[in-house]
Design a protein around this ligand. Sequence first.
Ligand code: HEC
Length: 155
Amino acid sequence: MKLVVYFLVFVAIVIQFIRPDFKNPAVDENVALNADPHVMSVLKTSCYDCHSNETKYPWYQNVAPVSWIMSDHIQRGRKALDFSNWANIDPKVKLERLQRATQVINNDMMPKHDYLLMHKNAVLNKDKKQTLEKFFDSQILELGGSTSTLKKFNI
Ligand code: HEC
């Protein structure tokens, strides 16, 4: 029994040496999203940690294996939708992601649940959802898309 405990402590220490690279890429203001301050404030508190190059890292960024999960979320989040690279996103891809964005927030799939456990202020109430939905719709219209897609779906 004692050996098992020693082993687990050993593993917990060793994994700390596997550190993800958490450097934020530079933000180019010319291509970054610049929307209404109210919209920006909701996006920044609820989405930017995974969907931009302005990620704010908590103290547990250094604690494996939480750090690995965080790194994975940030990498995949930026790949799916990067507000810091807004002007450079292919319009077709952007349109599709914007239409999905309304659905994922209304289904409480974004922000991710494990993230919300540690970021209570990122929870989207009805008002914030409406703010984002309006913004997503305005962007969809700008791209010539249709906003009449399903706002919510059954999963
Ligand atoms: C904790 C990190 C995290 C936060 C915070 C977060 N996302 Fe995501 N998001 C992801 C990851 C990771 C993906 C990649 C797909 C997946 O794993 O679900 C993603 C994918 C997406 C997609 C593409 C989904 C698809 O099915 O095509 C949209 C749209 C999206 N997020 C919107 C948002 C919005 C809007 C917010 C803020 C209200 C937000 N996300 C907050 C991590 C996050």
